[in-house]
Design a protein around this ligand. Structure first.
Ligand SMILES: Nc1ncnc2c1ncn2[C@@H]1O[C@H](COP(=O)(O)OP(=O)(O)OP(=O)(O)O)[C@@H](O)[C@H]1O
Length: 483
């Protein structure tokens, strides 16, 4: 089944008999509340307000999306009156219950025969609070809690005109379904309250810009300007004057004084994207501004105090740049008191399908008509692809498929050929050593044997091998590429 905003509507979870598993005969009210272990595991306390909660249900290749808002209780089990049906023999008829009230989500094991796993911890006849990124396993069914962390206005302009600092282009719904992403957003939410300079690392297209915007929105400066500067997009000769402004007569053509991006961001936030591309001179100037909290315009003499929160981002390995003296060590330490790394999309498996879904819905709303579904094998293909261009590449791929499918279900053949062949390899991939080749052969044989032993069931094969199903799917895609 494709990812859809489907909400199972049959039955009611509200009746008291629905709270008791008929095999365990343990009434729900005997459950105890166990301590919150989620915080230790995932540290999500920063994101508690589940204003737009989703549940992604994965069972083998089958994916579905449940919007939790609008219903208080969700019964999970094999029974016909369950709202979330998990249909394998491991699952009790009335296995567990989700409750969503006052912005908090809890899961209760209803005395099920085989128990409920929450982030790998067994839950028996007990209730725990869960949040974005938490994974509840019931039999073969995986339930991933997701939310829209926020809604930010995105602009793809490479630089921001100070006179139009909040230029907007489109709205971005931020999906959080991956535990690591949830951790990143939770930590950014905490640091947002302070003046601390934040350095965002991550591959190109992974969502650094989106995170920086959310940081600003969570900060006490949210109603002040957010000025976004792409340091790679401004010619080196102009960068200084653009950032710090200039006085009349500072250079030929400077016929009037002009404030720079820093001044445009007064009281707000400046987001210096691609900070690794700053020239040596601009690095010195920036360091001075950060140290003294004041700037001097080009051609000026008097310092101007600046009250600006600084957020930087780069896809570069800045530490390596420091090692090779391309980036000043003192500036590096000045901008990195709080560093976060946005994980690459290939490691955010649950988010791949949700984002694809969001992109399809947006495209459909642009052209009118119902949004097409994404075929299950296309979802599997998207999940197995390594996404070197991350979310940006996924968005483009979905758009391509949307056009090719012409209103019908998006199938594998509608996606760009490099995604179908899964051929996107890192550009500087070194040739494989003979030992590595041998290891790969043994690994492949072991995986194939495990799949055969489990009658083709990938979930059980992964469990037998002690690896995640995601790793298994990734490896199989790799073998397909090698063949
Ligand atoms: N969680 C998300 N939900 C929806 N769209 C997203 C999300 N993350 C990123 N995008 C979209 O993907 C594209 C790339 O994101 P973004 O510009 O934030 O990446 P980046 O890491 O800053 O890229 P670059 O390194 O090239 O500057 C944008 O169009 C953005 O709106």
């Amino acid at each position: 089944m494709a990812v859809r905003g489907n909400v199972a509507a049959h039955g009611s979870a509200g009746e008291s008999d629905a709270m008791v598993d008929e095999r365990s005969h343990e009434p729900a009210d005997e459950t105890e509340t166990v301590p919150l272990f989620r915080e230790d595991l995932i540290g999500l306390d920063g994101i508690q307000d589940l204003s737009e909660p989703f549940l992604i249900r994965r069972s083998g290749n089958e994916l579905s999306l449940f919007e939790l808002r609008g219903r208080r209780e969700w019964l999970i089990g094999r029974a016909r009156d369950a709202q979330i049906i998990a249909n394998d023999a491991e699952v009790s008829r009335h296995h567990a219950k989700l409750m969503f009230a006052n912005g908090a989500l809890t899961v209760e094991d209803l005395g099920s025969r085989n128990g409920t796993l929450v982030n790998g911890h067994a839950l028996r006849s007990a209730t725990v609070r869960i949040g974005p990124g938490d994974i509840v396993v019931i039999g073969e069914c995986q339930l991933i809690v997701a939310t829209q962390a926020g809604r930010v206005w995105g602009s793809r302009s490479s630089t921001v005109n100070p006179s139009n600092a909040n230029a907007t282009e489109h709205q971005v719904d931020i999906v959080l379904a991956d535990p690591e992403m949830a951790r990143v957003y939770a930590s950014v939410r905490k640091v947002a309250r302070m003046m601390t300079t934040v350095l965002i690392l991550g591959e190109t297209g992974s969502g650094k810009d989106v995170l920086a915007q959310q940081l600003h929105q969570w900060s006490p400066r949210a109603d002040k300007p957010l000025v976004r500067v792409n340091c790679a997009g401004i010619p080196e000769t102009l960068l200084e004057s653009e950032l710090f402004g200039y006085e009349r007569g500072a250079f030929t053509g400077a016929d009037r004084r002009k404030a720079g991006y820093f001044e445009a961001a007064q009281g707000g936030t400046i987001f210096l994207d691609e900070i690794g591309e700053l020239s040596a001179t601009a690095q010195v100037k920036l360091l001075n501004v950060l140290e003294n909290r004041a700037l001097t315009r080009l051609g000026g003499t008097s310092p101007i105090p600046v009250d600006v929160r600084v957020v930087c981002a780069t896809h570069r390995d800045l530490q390596a740049f420091v090692g090779s003296e391309r980036f000043r060590a003192d500036l590096y330490y000045r901008i990195s008191p709080f560093m976060v790394r946005v994980p690459p999309l290939r490691d955010r498996l649950a988010e791949i399908c949700l984002l694809a879904e969001i992109f399809v819905n947006k495209l459909a709303s642009q052209v009118g008509g119902p949004p097409p579904t994404i075929a299950p094998d296309a979802i599997t293909m998207l999940m197995a692809y390594p996404w070197p261009g991350n979310v940006r590449e996924l968005r483009n791929a979905v758009e391509h498929a949307f056009v090719m499918a012409d209103g019908a279900t998006l199938r594998c053949e509608h996606f760009p050929s490099e995604i179908q062949s899964g051929a996107a390899l890192p550009p500087s991939r070194p040739p494989m050593s003979r030992i590595r080749q041998r290891v790969n052969e043994v690994e492949r044989k072991t995986i194939e044997e495990a799949i055969a032993a489990e009658g083709g069931n990938q979930t059980r094969a992964a469990a037998r091998l002690g690896i995640s199903r995601r790793t298994l799917v990734y490896k199989l895609a790799q073998y397909r590429r090698e063949d």
